[in-house]
Design a protein around this ligand. Structure first.
Ligand SMILES: NC(=O)N[C@H]1NC(=O)NC1=O
Ligand SMILES: [Zn+2]
Ligand SMILES: [Zn+2]
Length: 503
C-alpha cells in the first residue's frame, strides 16, 4: 500500500473504531431484549390473535403485532390475510386481549418489611393477576420514601426483583412539606407524584399532614405537573361503650371510623384543591383522593369540586365494591381496612358512581402484613393491622362483582388502565394501540374458579386475604410486560425483568 493510503487509513481509525463499537453495542443490546429468561416466548417479534381485542374505540377481532416491546401494528381480521410473513402467531381464540392493569396504589413493603410482602412475591402476584405496572406507595417499607436518598434505596431494592414495571410515589410529610429543596430533590430523582395521609398512617416514620402541608406540596407539584394522592380521613372524637361494643364485632370497628371522617378530610382538602384550577396558584398540580369508601356526602363534595374546575380525581377499591359490613364475620380481621367497608346501600351507590364516571378509577390498595399482626386468635378489629390483601385478584373480583351492575370490558379498561396511566403520567401505557408499550393481559371472562388452596396464589401470605374461599369469574391466561411473556398458564418467566419507572 502507498504511504498516502496508510496515512488516510490511520487518520480514519477513530471513525472506524467508533463504527465497530456501534455495531457491537447494537448487537449486544438486541441480545438482551430477546433474552429467553425474561420471557416464556423465544421471540421478540410476533403477532397475538384474538376474537376480542379491546382497543380504545372498539372491540375487534384481529391481531396485534409486537416488536421490541412495543405494539407496532393492529389489524382487523378482515384485513389480516397475508400480513404474517414468517412472524410467529399466538392465537388466543375467544380470550380477551386488553391492556395490562395499572395499579396506582399498592404497598410492596420493600425494603424493610419484606416479611410482609416484598418486590418478588408482590410482582409475581401482580402478573398472575394481569397487572403489568404498579406504583408502589411510600409507606410500609422501611424507611419511608420521603427523600432522594430513600427513593434510591427503593430503586436499589427493586433491581432484578420485579416481574412488572414499578414506579414510586414519594411521601409528603411534615418534614419535607415546607422544605422545597428536599421535595424538589425527591421529585427530580423520579417519583411520579406524592402521597400524604390526613390521619395517622399506622407507620411511625410517615406522620400525617394537614391542609397547610398539602397546599405547599401542591404548589411544588404544579411545576412538575405531577399529582398528590391523599388518604382522606380526618380523626374526630369517638366514644365506645366499654363492655357493650365488642372489639370482635365489625360494627364496633365501623363506629370508630364513620363516613364523617372522610367527609371532614375532603372538606379540608377542597379549601386547597381550588388552587389547582386554571389560573390558580397551583395550576398544573392534580389532587387524587385514594380509596374512597363513603359514597354519600364525601362523593357529593368531590362532584362539586370537579364541577368548579378543581383538578381532582378519585379512586375506590375492589373490596369496597365486593363486600359489605353486614356480611363480615365476627372476628374476621382479614376484612379490616381504612377507611372501613361500609353497609350494602353504600356499596350500591359506589357502583352507581363508578358506572356513571363520578369515581374515576380503581386501585388495589394492596396492604398486607405479617399474619401475626392480623391477630386471628383474638379477632380484635380494633387492634389488628388494617389492610386488604388482594393484588392477584383485582381483575376477576371487579369483573365478578360488577356483573350485576352491567360492567363491560371497556369500563374495565378505563378504570384499570387508561385512567391510571394518565394519573401516573404514563402516556406510553394503558391502551392497545400502535406505538404503546406491549403490556397486555389475556384472560377468559367466562371461566369460573374457586380461590382455594389448589389455586396458585403468589402473595406472600394468602391466609390474610379476604378473597380466599370465594368463587370468581374471569381467569388470567397470559400476561405480557414490555413484550415479554412473563406469565403463561400458571407459570412465570424465570427472570424478573420488569423495569423501574422514573419520572
Ligand atoms: N399503612 C397502610 O398501609 N394503611 C392502609 N391500610 C388500610 O387499610 N388503609 C390504608 O391506608
Ligand atoms: Zn390509605
Ligand atoms: Zn394504601
Amino acid at each position: 500500500m502507498e504511504s498516502g493510503t496508510w496515512r488516510l487509513l490511520i487518520s480514519m481509525m477513530p471513525l472506524i473504531l467508533y463504527l465497530l463499537f456501534i455495531l457491537y453495542s447494537n448487537h449486544t443490546s438486541q441480545k438482551s431484549t430477546t433474552s429467553s429468561s425474561c420471557s416464556l416466548l423465544p421471540h421478540d417479534r410476533y403477532w397475538i390473535v384474538s376474537k376480542r381485542i379491546v382497543t380504545p374505540h372498539e372491540i375487534i377481532s384481529g391481531a396485534v403485532e409486537i416488536n421490541g416491546g412495543r405494539i407496532i401494528s393492529l389489524v382487523k381480521e378482515k384485513d389480516w390475510h397475508g400480513q404474517v410473513k414468517n412472524v410467529p402467531v399466538i392465537d388466543y381464540g375467544q380470550a380477551v386481549v386488553m391492556p395490562g392493569l395499572i395499579d396506582v396504589h399498592a404497598h410492596l413493603d420493600d425494603p424493610g418489611r419484606t416479611e410482609w410482602e416484598g418486590f418478588p412475591s408482590g410482582t409475581k402476584a401482580a402478573v398472575a393477576g394481569g397487572i403489568t405496572t404498579l406504583i408502589d406507595m411510600p409507606l410500609n417499607s422501611f424507611p419511608s420514601t420521603v427523600s432522594e436518598e430513600t427513593l434510591k434505596l427503593k430503586i436499589e431494592a427493586a433491581k432484578g426483583r420485579i416481574f412488572v414495571n414499578v414506579g414510586f410515589w414519594g411521601g409528603l410529610v411534615p418534614e419535607n412539606a415546607f422544605n422545597a429543596s428536599m421535595l424538589e430533590n425527591l421529585l427530580n430523582a423520579g417519583v411520579l407524584g406524592l402521597k400524604s395521609f390526613m390521619c395517622p398512617s399506622g407507620i411511625n416514620d410517615f406522620p400525617m399532614t394537614d391542609a397547610s402541608h398539602i397546599k405547599e406540596g401542591l404548589s411544588i407539584l404544579a411545576k412538575y405537573k405531577r399529582p398528590l394522592l391523599v388518604h382522606a380521613e380526618k380523626q374526630e372524637e369517638i366514644e365506645l361503650n366499654d363492655g357493650v361494643d365488642d372489639p370482635r364485632s365489625y360494627s364496633t370497628y365501623l363506629k370508630t371510623r364513620p363516613p364523617s371522617w372522610e367527609e371532614a378530610a375532603i372538606r379540608e382538602l377542597l379549601t386547597v384543591s381550588k388552587d389547582t384550577r386554571i389560573g390558580g396558584p397551583a395550576e398544573g398540580a392534580h389532587l387524587h383522593i385514594v380509596h374512597l369508601s363513603d359514597s354519600r356526602s364525601s362523593l357529593e363534595l368531590i362532584k362539586e369540586a370537579k364541577g368548579s374546575g378543581d383538578r381532582i380525581t378519585v379512586e375506590t377499591c375492589p373490596h369496597y365494591l365486593a363486600f359489605s359490613a353486614e356480611e363480615i364475620p365476627e372476628g374476621d380481621t382479614r376484612f379490616k381496612c381504612a377507611p372501613p367497608i361500609r353497609d350494602a346501600p353504600n356499596k350500591e351507590k359506589l357502583w352507581e358512581a363508578l358506572m356513571d364516571g363520578h369515581i374515576d378509577m380503581l386501585s388495589s390498595d394492596h396492604s398486607p402484613s405479617a399474619p401475626e399482626l392480623k391477630l386471628f386468635a383474638e379477632g380484635d378489629f380494633l387492634k389488628a393491622w388494617g389492610g386488604i390483601s388482594s393484588l392477584q385478584f383485582v381483575l376477576p373480583v371487579t369483573w365478578s362483582y360488577g356483573h350485576k351492575y352491567g360492567v363491560t370490558l371497556e369500563k374495565l379498561v378505563s378504570w384499570w388502565s387508561e385512567k391510571p396511566a394518565k394519573l401516573a403520567g404514563q402516556d406510553m401505557k394503558g391502551a392497545i394501540a400502535v406505538g404503546k408499550d406491549a403490556d397486555i393481559v389475556v384472560w377468559e371472562p367466562e371461566e369460573e374458579f374457586d380461590l382455594n388452596e389448589n389455586h396458585h396464589v403468589h402473595l406472600k401470605h394468602p391466609s390474610i386475604s379476604a378473597y380466599m374461599g370465594s368463587r370468581l369469574t374471569g381467569k388470567v391466561m397470559a400476561t405480557f410486560v414490555n413484550g415479554n411473556l412473563v406469565f403463561d398458564d400458571g407459570k412465570h418467566a424465570p427472570d424478573a425483568c420488569g423495569t423501574t419507572i422514573l419520572a
